[in-house]
Design a protein around this ligand. Structure first.
Ligand SMILES: [Fe+2]
Length: 548
């Protein structure tokens, strides 16, 4: 059995940060030992480097070049240029295994994506980009093992919901500093579309966003993405491991559905289709993701015989959310969250998979959340957090709860095929959960899957909406009430911001939750909160007693 190589032993943290062009507290600098450092320091590569979507012999590499002073993101200005790239077997680039040239320019906002093939499986590589004598910071990445390789362990960071104005991306820094991850899974809300002041920390702008207004145009989304790529913690994590990402609603607009969004007003913001296309273009340019020919993002990646990861898109094909005003029935079989094609692809993929563990990168929670008996003091802030309309709807219509038919089709198919070892890893809800996936018909017996939900990197959650201290008596009571009403929810914590670390081994899949001390402080610490795991052959989850 093989353990996929990790950064442990391969490179220490200080070296990694230096290679990534970062040093603790020093921000972006050129890699000290590399040629072209003076030019790089002047800002040819201001937005870091990234890699994504590992394949057994391939990896996607990303950067952005600023060849002239006027080539700023979103400007449409600047020349077409040729950028070189190198991928090497060593951090010092004495053993370059592939290199090449790629053209970029204002038509793609001077972003660069290179899909490298012909590499060795399960291998660590280092990569960099060059332009007229300047070298980018160095990134470290890793290919996936061959599809039939016997793999005994895979470890990944899991994140979602990073509002720039609500704090610093310390969650990304702590993940980068671990040095033991094979990859990072981002479940969406990598950016938010809001204008300044609209989604800070309890209304306080910790750091102002760009552009200041809500993002609507292509230039707006490019500028917002570019701002995020200047964050040193985000750059460090992108430069240290490959990411596997999907989008949720805020990459376009709040509570998006296939043909609109809660936060889109056609009368003042124009055609939604044009806004969606603009945001998706900027996303494709700025994110290290391999999109399908028609731009679709749902896809499946495999790590040997151990893991198959199905990344979902729960925005592009979904029916409009139900509401007391516009109507709609959460049980209507004609309504869909995934779209027919994607649901069939997901179901067939899970049922037919030959991998030990079937993970689902699931942007919104799939476990039921019955809110009907919660008291008004909790339903109010929970409703604000979840966007529940106060007009008689008592589930969160934006998560799978609002699309019962799709969920039941999926769960019924898993049960009919006796498919085991399915784990949903979920974001969106800004709070931390360990759930068993059940349906109303079966109650809490025989769950079909486990679901582990990670908190927000920074975005507001329950104590922020309640206006109380984190972990206070009302939050404890809130968690107890939610669990009492929803017995498949084994653990919920409503106040922490941070990240998850998922470790998959041949006999269990374990999530550990880490929360930040204070998201509004740049160098805040993270602490372990709890761990939950599921063993093979059963979807019953159990609490772990100590950090791993
Ligand atoms: Fe979010």
């Amino acid at each position: 059995m093989t353990v996929i190589p990790s950064a442990e032993g391969a490179v220490d943290r200080r070296t990694l940060l230096r290679l990534a062009g970062l040093s603790a507290g020093a921000g972006l600098v050129a890699a000290a030992t590399l040629p072209g450092e003076a030019h790089a320091a002047a800002g040819v590569f201001q937005h870091g480097v990234a890699s994504g979507d590992p394949l057994p012999g391939g990896i996607l590499l990303w950067t952005r070049v600023t060849p002239t002073a006027d080539s700023v993101p979103g400007s449409g200005a600047g020349p077409d240029v040729t950028v070189t790239w190198q991928i090497a077997a060593d951090a010092g680039f004495s053993s370059v295994v592939q290199s090449g040239e790629v053209r970029t320019g204002p038509a793609r906002d001077h972003t660069v994506k290179v899909d490298v093939a012909g590499l060795r499986p399960a291998t660590t590589y280092w990569f960099r980009f060059g332009y007229e004598g300047a070298w980018s910071p160095v990134g470290r990445t890793m290919t996936a093992p061959s599809a039939d390789a016997a793999i005994s362990r895979l470890r990944m960071g899991v994140v979602s919901c990073a509002s720039w104005e609500a704090g610093y991306f310390s969650a990304y820094r702590h993940l980068a500093e671990r040095g033991d991850l094979n990859l990072v899974v981002h479940l969406g809300d990598y950016i938010y579309e809001y204008g300044t002041g609209e989604f800070g920390a309890r209304g306080v702008v910790v750091r102002p966003t760009k552009p200041e207004h809500e993002t609507v145009s292509l230039a707006d989304y490019r500028i917002r993405h570019a701002l995020h790529k200047t964050d040193p913690d985000l750059q460090a994590l992108h430069a240290s491991v490959p990411w596997i990402i999907t989008w949720d609603d805020h990459e376009v607009a709040n509570d998006m559905w296939s043909d609109g969004a809660e936060n889109h007003t056609p009368a003042t913001e124009g055609d939604f289709g044009a806004r969606k296309a603009a945001s998706r273009q900027a996303y494709a340019e700025w994110m290290p993701v391999r999109l399908g020919a028609d731009g679709h993002i749902y896809r499946r990646l495999r790590y040997g015989n151990l893991v198959e990861l199905s990344m979902l898109d729960l925005r592009t094909y979904r029916s409009k959310q139900v509401s007391g005003i516009d109507g709609g029935d959460i049980d209507d079989p004609a309504r869909t969250i995934a779209g027919g094609d994607q649901l069939e692809w997901l179901t067939d993929g899970l049922v037919g998979s030959t991998a030990k563990w079937k993970l689902v990168g699931n942007p919104v929670m799939i476990s039921r959340l019955d809110l009907a008996t919660l008291p008004a003091w909790l339903l109010g802030p929970l409703g604000d957090l979840l966007g529940i309309p106060d007009n008689g709807v008592i589930v969160n219509p934006d998560q799978w709860d609002g699309y019962n038919a799709d969920r039941e089709r999926l769960v019924d198919a898993l049960r009919a095929a006796h498919t085991r070892d399915v784990v949903f890893i979920t974001g969106d809800i800004h709070t931390s959960w360990a759930n068993e996936l059940t349906t109303k018909d079966t109650g809490t017996r025989n769950p079909a899957a486990a679901e582990f939900v990670v908190p927000s990197v920074t975005s507001d959650n329950i104590d922020d909406y309640l206006g109380t201290s984190p972990g206070g008596p009302l939050s404890v009571l809130a968690a107890d009430l939610i669990k009492a009403t929803n017995q498949h929810v084994k653990w919920v914590e409503t106040d922490g911001h941070g990240y998850g670390v998922l470790e998959v081994t041949t006999d269990r899949c374990r999530m550990d939750w880490y929360h930040l001390v204070d998201r509004t402080k740049k160098d805040t610490a993270a602490r372990w909160v709890t761990g939950w795991s599921v063993g093979t052959g059963s979807s019953k989850i159990r609490k772990e007693s100590a950090p791993r």
